[in-house]
Design a protein around this ligand. Structure first.
Ligand code: KG4
Ligand code: ZN
Length: 341
């Protein structure tokens, strides 16, 4: 029997990327992302500027996504949007726009959980045609979250470990700022680390019970170390930048892998996926591949364009809600935090 064709428009505006995508079932037809450069000037995201930029970007980005998909608005079967978690002012732009579009087109509206959508990026069609099978563990690492999620089905996802303070991406970005790198530091640290010695410097690793993570001690230890060294040598950062990045990245990965290994032991699951912005990190990808060989894990890594915030993951998460007739209505509102999984 021929599969029904379902076209979903996805809208993502939880942080500093305005994105719209169109999916045909689990295939992405377009995925347009407007990244807000303005925050580079401030070394971090300024929420008020982010929401203003979303307002400016949302119509052109959605129009472009529809155009690139070769469709018109009337071809869509539903509108999916990020309900949360994220920055409230940013979320409100995407939510309000999606609601207005759903009302004017008389199309169903689907609210999507941002972190679940990062995981759902694994179910986007890919060239290798390789998708994790249930149950699997997903290390979900972004600028706002660090979690280990046990994914038992499209509906059943359980957070079994999470950070008690900063997220892994935040640790990259805050340490990047300490070294004077442009925001966000994560991608640049990744690049510089490739030419550095990961064993050159040692930084604090936390002792946290169970499957939870902590990154605030690392940030403080990194700050004190840099302050001490630059007092002795004003050029310390410039002279040791690659080694600093490699050693910092190594410490962040060590913290992540200690808990990931523990989760594998506890759950007896060796289907392992990564998701979220930090899953773009080459060091993380390489180490996972080593674990695949050493420990016999089956690893799943999303395509680069679906690691950091994007609406493709929102469309495909929306598609799975659509199949279950999980729709919302115009009374829905954005939720910045503590939104249940
Ligand atoms: O998922 P995402 O785009 O947004 C949130 O939901 O937070 O993640 C953004 C985070 C930032 O902290 C950024 O520095 C980090 O992902 N990131 C990276 C890399 N690419 C993005 N961190 C390390 N290495 C990378 N290649
Ligand atoms: Zn994200």
């Amino acid at each position: 029997m021929a599969q029904t064709k379902t076209y979903i428009l996805g809208i993502e505006s939880s942080c500093d990327d305005t994105s719209a995508a169109v999916s045909l079932n689990t295939q992405i037809l377009s995925n347009v992302i407007a990244t807000q450069k303005i925050h580079e000037l401030y070394g971090g995201i300024v929420p008020e500027l982010a929401s203003r930029a979303h307002l400016k970007n949302i119509i052109p980005v959605v129009s472009e996504a529809i155009k690139q998909a070769g469709l018109t608005l009337n071809d869509l079967d539903a509108i999916a949007f990020t309900k949360g978690p994220g920055l409230l002012g940013s979320l409100l732009v995407g939510t309000s726009f999606a609601k207005a579009l759903s009302l004017s087109l008389n199309k169903p509206l689907i609210d999507v959980h941002h972190m679940k959508a990062h995981i759902m990026a694994h179910f986007i069609d890919n060239e290798r045609d390789r998708k994790p099978s249930f149950p699997f563990l997903c290390l979900t690492v972004s600028g706002g979250h660090t979690q280990i999620v046990k994914v038992s089905s499209f509906q059943k996802m359980e957070v079994i470990g999470s950070t008690i303070d900063d997220a892994a991406g935040e640790a990259f970005d805050k340490c990047g700022k300490i070294m004077g790198l442009v925001y966000p530091g994560g991608p640049l640290i990744d690049k510089l680390a490739q030419n550095g010695d990961p064993k050159r410097f040692q930084f604090a690793k936390p002792k946290v019970d169970g499957l939870n993570f902590s990154f605030s001690g690392l940030k403080t230890s990194f700050l004190y170390f840099i302050q001490g060294e630059t007092r002795k040598n004003a050029n310390f950062i410039q002279e040791n930048l690659n080694d600093l990045c490699a050693s910092l990245q190594q410490t962040i990965l060590d913290i992540l892998f200690i808990k990931l290994e523990l989760a594998v032991q506890q759950e007896g699951i060796t289907e392992i996926a990564i998701a979220g912005g930090v899953s773009a990190n080459q060091g993380l990808r390489d180490r996972l591949q080593d674990y695949e060989k050493m420990k016999g894990w089956n690893i799943y890594v999303p395509e680069f364009q679906f690691c950091t915030d994007n609406a493709g993951m929102i469309s495909v998460a929306g598609y799975y809600h659509y199949l279950e007739s999980e729709f919302t209505d115009l009374s829905v509102s954005s939720e910045a935090r503590s939104i249940s999984f």
